[in-house]
Design a protein around this ligand. Structure first.
Ligand code: CP3
Length: 344
């Protein structure tokens, strides 16, 4: 028996509907004028993340405009490295700039896991505040970055396309790299535990750069740490639902769908729909996977894509979403059309 009025949560637990539940990655963000206004009031992006009242406000903004089934906590995957002691800045137009890890000592000098809450407490307060204001039919999603993706920012210091510095560190100092991964893993379990205690129904692990790993290392550095996090969270919170997003791993997606502790696997936009249905959705609930650029272009092709995705996944578990985050130039009107198209 599934005793919840939350449609998204019930699909994760095995319920099926004609119209899939929907939410959108980065649904709170710069394509919304009200978001830009609140960020200005907060003073900057990080100030917004660490201000429970304003973080709750921007989390709820997209739900006021659109008929969505999920709210995702407003925060960032780089708050964990920040809480582990690395200085973090977000520069307008440049993205994040993080103090870097360059050697074994830098790994050892990270703060102890049990001190992260000193920095991250405002995030848990934001979760409680959102929960208290959220309609009972809406699922609250907490999140963190995966250990691999977070490690790339800690070693590169910023976004990177090829992650050469991270791969060089991994190859030259494998023991130090493994200690780093295990530190991030432990911190992530503590961080997500607090989000769940504060009211998150679901947690999602973003492995945005899983596709940058050579195939031979996907299992060791993407799948395994996320499996450990999911299993340890389920030991403590047996009813929590867990979504993983190993973006860009191609045929490895099948392996992720076979892990019992993962309740849902989020698909990127590159995956062929039929392959994903036959190899991933066969084993697990899937989420995705409209290319976010359709929310910029709109039109007939966007509508056909939405209908194709809905139809292909209609016989199994499916949460409608994008294959990656909404971009700042997305049109609000196209988000409205997306939701209408799904409901028709
Ligand atoms: O609405 C939501 O999805 C919730 C909030 C959320 C943010 N970041 C807010 C944000 C979530 C889930 C994230 C995750 C995140 N952060 C990821 C994984 C998902 C992905 O997109 O692959 C990554 C890699 C990051 C790190 C990060 N944060 C980068 C690389 C950037 C700069 C890129 C950009 O879009 O500018 C950010 C900034 C960021 N995080 C913004 C938002 C709304 C934009 C910053 C701003 O408002 O100035």
């Amino acid at each position: 028996m599934i005793s919840t009025s939350k449609k998204l949560l019930s699909v994760l637990k095995g319920e099926r509907y004609d119209v899939p539940p929907v939410w959108l990655m980065r649904q709170a963000g710069r394509y919304l004028p009200e978001y830009k206004k609140t960020r200005l009031i907060a003073g900057g992006f990080l100030d917004l993340c660490y201000n429970p009242k304003l973080a709750a406000e921007v989390t709820l903004q997209p739900l006021k405009r659109f008929d969505l089934d999920g709210a995702i906590l407003f925060a960032d995957i780089l708050l964990i490295p920040n809480a582990l002691g690395l200085n973090l800045e977000f520069k307008e137009g440049e993205g994040p700039i993080l103090e870097t890890i360059n050697n074994h000592n830098d790994v050892l000098n990270l703060l102890k896991t049990n001190t992260i809450h000193n920095t991250l407490n405002p995030v848990y307060d934001a979760v409680s505040l959102i929960k208290s204001k959220l309609d009972k039919n809406i699922t609250l999603i907490g999140f963190a970055g995966s250990p691999w993706t977070v490690s790339t920012y800690m070693i590169e210091g910023r976004g990177s396309k090829d992650h050469q510095k991270t791969k060089k560190f991994l190859a030259q100092h494998p023991e130090s790299f493994d200690i780093l991964i295990s530190k991030i893993t432990d911190a992530t379990i503590d961080y997500l535990s607090k989000q769940i205690e504060a009211g998150a129904d679901v947690v999602k692990l973003f492995d945005s750069w899983a596709g940058s790993l050579p195939g031979s290392l996907v299992e060791k550095y993407s799948l395994k740490p996320m499996k450990e996090i999911a299993e340890r969270l389920k030991d403590i919170f047996p009813s929590v639902q867990i979504i993983v997003f190993p973006r860009g791993v191609g045929p490895h997606y099948k392996k992720f769908s076979q892990i019992k502790a993962f309740d849902c696997v989020a698909l990127d936009s590159n995956l062929p729909l039929r392959w994903a249905k036959e190899n991933v959705q066969k084993n697990v609930v899937v989420q995705g996977n409209l290319d976010p650029s359709f929310l910029v272009s709109g039109g007939k092709m966007m509508i056909e894509e939405i209908q194709n995705i809905k139809k292909m996944f209609s016989n199994g578990g499916h949460i409608f979403n994008l294959g990656h985050g909404i971009t700042p130039n997305a049109e609000i009107k196209n988000v409205e059309i997306l939701i209408d198209t799904l409901h028709r």
